[in-house]
Write a protein that binds this ligand. Structure first.
Ligand SMILES: Cc1cc2nc3c(=O)[nH]c(=O)nc-3n(C[C@H](O)[C@H](O)[C@H](O)COP(=O)(O)OP(=O)(O)OC[C@H]3O[C@@H](n4cnc5c(N)ncnc54)[C@H](O)[C@@H]3O)c2cc1C
Length: 430
């Protein structure tokens, strides 16, 4: 890169947020530089793998017709894992597998390359294998970026570098993360023949299944996922870092435990682990969102902690796409005024509201506190399994009424008041 070049916009990170921002800006004729540290877009990116499509469809209409999606998700499951058993809530909804589709499983290496390709087609310049180290600042205003000894200038820098978001900190928009604000996610990609995936998950014709896994995490706050791709399965877990430290548990031990649990082991039997990846994630909700803009600077996607985990859905990818588009639109408005000050870029916040991102995050502002409640990861999944097992077992002994069975299993684990308090918490959060 030559020193002292000037662009309209520099976008840091060719993930979903960055490539979308670059695409929207380049389509309007702005000179956009998209910088990615990986050898190619998507090379370093991980996710669980379910992208909710309706928001993405607004930016890339009918994207499923050309994007490398894996399966349209029509079977949604929540699984409570006990020691040796599991209780599953299943929604089978073929209607969600029709245009405009509810969600797809995706693999980031392919999907990110596709979106970055759209940005390039629209006219953005993508450079890969380059890491942005610093911001160029002048009187508190962001004027560009530094990478090694190179300095590049722009009217606006859009930070879409993902969850570690060092540039957001350098721009002065947030302080250090606290340990309880950070979780770590790990994932294995397990290859299986397409027909085996179809048979084991009772899906076919391009349809797939998603499983949210609750419990069996050695008492650590966190949860798992299992998603079907075309010819592989994404199995992973997200766990709070402070609790891993407190319980002296390593996150890879949790995924190893999953793999031998009777519910999961049968689903992945004979599979070949093709990839292992790990990444931090911020599940703190709206309270964790930093200031989103300053003079000459905007943060999008997980760099701005935009993520919703409401227990049913984990949404980060569609929020990344929508916020990338909103950041780009805010810059286009600023360009009309030729004013890239914080007050001019503040339109970004209204655009995020119009796209229902901040409003949805506000609606679920209490769910992070549920994610902190250990009973949801320890007591209740075990309770669900042991109670159901007993209720379905017939023995040559006097039977008890269901409520008595529940009370007996709760003894020493959770009092009636705890349960009522937790139910009220769920009611308020959801
Ligand atoms: C375990 C796990 C499971 C998840 N499951 C789901 C799910 O099922 N569904 C869902 O919607 N969301 C999920 N998420 C969240 C989702 O992955 C993120 O919200 C999403 O990836 C955010 O996209 P992004 O573009 O903001 O950031 P990223 O995807 O992280 O992209 C950032 C890009 O910036 C590049 N970069 C970083 N620093 C620099 C630098 N200094 N210079 C140049 N380039 C740089 C990176 O290489 C990367 O390409 C999950 C997250 C984790 C960790």
């Amino acid at each position: 890169m030559a020193a002292e070049e000037k662009f309209d916009v520099i976008v840091v990170g060719a993930g979903l947020a960055g490539s979308t921002a670059a695409y929207v800006l380049a389509k309007e004729g702005l000179q956009v530089l998209l910088i990615e540290r990986g050898r190619q877009a998507g090379a370093k990116n991980m996710t669980g793998g379910i992208i909710y499509s309706r928001v993405v469809h607004e930016v890339f209409p009918n994207f499923w017709e050309e994007a490398p999606v894996e399966r349209a998700i029509t079977s949604y499951n929540i699984v409570f894992l006990g020691e040796n058993s599991a209780v599953t809530l299943n929604l089978k909804a073929p209607g969600l597998g029709k245009p405009p589709y509810n969600a797809f499983s995706v693999l980031r290496a392919k999907f990110d390359r596709w979106i970055a390709g759209k940005a390039e087609e629209a006219g953005a310049t993508l450079v890969t294998g380059v890491t942005v180290d610093e911001l160029v600042m002048e009187n508190g205003k962001v004027k560009g970026i530094k990478s090694g000894s190179d300095e590049l200038l722009a009217d606006v820098v859009i930070d879409a570098e993902g969850a570690k978001s060092l540039l957001v900190e350098k721009a002065g928009l947030r302080g250090d993360f606290k340990p309880e604000d950070v979780s770590v996610g790990v994932k294995e990609l397990i290859e299986l023949p397409e027909e085996t995936v179809n048979e084991r998950f009772n899906v076919g014709g391009g349809e797939g299944a998603s499983y949210t896994l609750v419990g069996y995490t050695k008492g650590v706050a966190g949860g798992g996922f299992l998603y079907t791709n075309k010819a592989s399965i994404s199995l992973g877990i997200v766990a709070r870092i402070d609790m891993l430290v407190e319980k002296q548990v390593k996150v890879h031990e949790l995924i190893e435990d999953y793999k031998v649990h009777p519910f999961i082991s049968k689903l992945i039997e004979g599979g070949n682990v093709a990839e292992y990846s790990a990444q931090i994630i911020h599940e703190g909700g709206i309270a964790q969102v930093p200031r989103l803009y300053s003079d000459g600077f905007l943060a999008a996607g997980s760099s701005a902690c935009l993520l919703i985990n409401n227990l049913f859905t984990l949404r980060g990818m569609d929020l990344a796409v929508a916020s990338g588009a909103a950041a780009a639109r805010a810059v286009l408005k600023a360009k009309e005024r030729n004013d890239f000050s914080a007050s001019s870029l503040s339109a970004y916040e209204s655009l995020l509201r119009e796209a229902f991102i901040l409003t949805d995050m506000e609606a679920f502002r209490r769910t992070p506190s549920l994610l902190n409640n250990r009973r949801f990861f320890t007591v209740y999944p075990d309770l669900a399994c042991s109670v159901m097992e007993e209720l379905f077992s017939v023995n040559p002994a006097p039977s008890e009424k269901a409520f008595k069975v529940v009370r007996r299993h709760m003894k020493g684990k959770a009092g009636l008041l705890d349960v009522l308090r937790d139910l009220l918490g769920v009611y308020r959060a959801l």
